[in-house]
Design a binder for this molecule. Structure first.
Ligand SMILES: Cc1cc2nc3c(=O)[nH]c(=O)nc-3n(C[C@H](O)[C@H](O)[C@H](O)COP(=O)(O)OP(=O)(O)OC[C@H]3O[C@@H](n4cnc5c(N)ncnc54)[C@H](O)[C@@H]3O)c2cc1C
Length: 421
């Protein structure tokens, strides 16, 4: 498969628009929203909603359009994911925390797209494609006793045979966008619960939980180290009753050799799309730090010569070249993972590689930025220390660095998750 390193002109235009928003709306609010953690990035949300709503409408209409045998087949790869990559990178350059408040179906949308019926897609996703008020979606997997080990989830869904409703009980923590989805909009959360604990992964099912469902309580807004403008909450389910047809996919618990984990695997495949986008977000934060360091070095009369041999460079010049190299390596891996998606090909290995590399690279690059900038890197006058804090999450959510490296190892060595864990 050939990867194009050229970004098409119309994607470049969209990138410029996203950068204008990042520069003009997000950056000026970045410090205030970092200090005032639970305030909402109102300006950003208002500006981005109409754009996202129209994008989401086009995507949903395309997704639900009946196949047309007369329509000529598209030549070559698409650019859907490349566009997203470029936008996410630019908005995260503006402020990674605000970007995560983007009104959209986010991971909930990916799960609904992956395993929902056409009717469920229409019913649950149409709201993100219309109206004047922004809406949010979220995905709730993590629990106090289930982080990386997702099969350990304890939230239960029991079918009430009389009302044919699912009754949910349990606790989910660290849900990005959960407060926005449940408290502030006609939003929804895709909640993973087990219908049969003894069946392991085969018993785990995704349920769509609507905002304002009785028994669904946002219990805590997290106080975080970085991405503080983002909304991260804990949610408690106390006999929350969910209509039968809010279960996504097959309600039957089948044995593993009868495709019992198909639904789980299908929804987990959403990570193949989301991990490269997390990598793109990391790249945006890394670029912000790198550009700032270069600017300050130039002001101090230190240039970065590309034509001088390595041994004739100062330590700081070498550091900057290494920062560039780390981010470029992560960029190329991300572009590869994205390009496979746009070619309609499987990319689990490449998605995990990109995510693991970008998470590590941005963590290192932003720490270097603080180091090079000295005292001013550490105080709150500039944004360098914030970027260092914002960077760290990229190596934690959507699979930690270790978990993504495990996935890479399994795929390369052809081991199952049971054989290598
Ligand atoms: C800001 C934020 C937002 C989040 N948003 C969401 C969200 O929207 N929805 C959601 O469901 N979750 C979300 N999470 C949860 C996130 O996905 C988990 O934090 C992550 O999966 C890791 O789980 P854990 O924190 O319990 O760590 P653990 O799983 O307890 O891991 C602790 C450490 O052990 C390592 N480790 C664990 N298992 C292995 C292994 N087999 N081999 C090697 N090392 C291992 C990990 O890499 C990590 O370093 C969010 C978390 C944060 C911090």
């Amino acid at each position: 498969m050939a990867i194009s390193f050229e970004i098409p002109e119309r994607v470049v235009q969209e990138q410029q628009m996203a950068m204008a928003l990042a520069q003009g709306v997000m950056r000026p609010q970045a410090r205030r929203l970092d200090e005032d953690e639970h305030a909402r990035p109102v300006d950003f949300i208002q500006m981005i909603w109409p754009v996202l709503r129209d994008q989401q409408k086009r995507q949903l209409d395309k997704l639900l359009a009946p196949p047309d045998p007369n329509k000529p087949k598209r030549e070559g790869p698409g650019i859907t994911y490349l566009r997203m990559m470029v936008q996410v990178e630019a908005l995260s350059w503006g402020d990674a925390g605000q970007y995560l408040c983007m009104p959209s179906a986010l991971l909930a949308g990916s799960a609904i797209e992956a395993v929902g019926t056409p009717e469920q897609k229409e019913r649950f996703l149409r709201r993100f494609a219309e109206g004047d008020d922004p809406k949010w979606g979220a995905m709730a997997m993590t629990e106090p006793n289930a982080g990386s080990d997702t099969k350990a989830i304890e939230t239960t869904a029991v079918l009430d045979p009389e009302t044919r409703e699912w009754v949910l009980n349990g606790e989910k923590i660290f849900i990005t966008g959960g407060g926005l989805a449940l408290n502030e909009s006609n939003g929804l959360v895709v909640v993973w619960a087990t219908v049969d604990k003894s069946a392991g992964r085969a018993g785990m099912k995704p349920f769509v939980v609507e905002a304002r469902t009785p028994g669904v309580i946002v219990t805590k807004a997290e106080i975080k180290h970085g991405i503080r403008a983002s909304d991260t909450v804990a949610v408690s389910f106390q006999n929350a009753r969910i209509p039968y047809d809010h279960l996504l996919g097959d309600p039957e618990v089948r044995a593993i050799d009868e495709g019992g984990t198909k639904g789980f695997k299908g929804a987990m495949a959403t990570f193949d799309a989301s991990r490269p986008l997390v990598a793109a977000g990391a790249l945006g934060v890394g670029r912000a730090a790198l550009e700032f360091v270069r600017e300050k070095l130039i002001e101090a009369g230190i240039d970065i010569p590309y034509d001088r041999p390595y041994h004739k460079l100062s330590a700081i010049q070498r550091d900057v070249l290494e920062m560039e190299a780390q981010l470029k390596a992560a960029y190329l891996l991300t572009l590869r993972a994205i390009s496979l998606l746009d070619h309609g090909q499987r990319n689990s290995l490449e998605a995990s590689m990109a995510k693991a590399k970008a998470g590590k690279a941005v963590t290192w690059v932003t720490q270097k930025a603080v180091e090079i900038l000295g005292m001013m890197g550490y105080n709150r006058e500039w944004l360098a220390e914030k970027w260092m804090r914002d960077a760290r999450i990229n190596d934690i959510y959507e699979g930690t660095g270790q978990i993504n490296l495990l996935i890479v190892a399994r795929r390369i060595l052809d081991y199952s998750s049971r054989e290598l864990n």
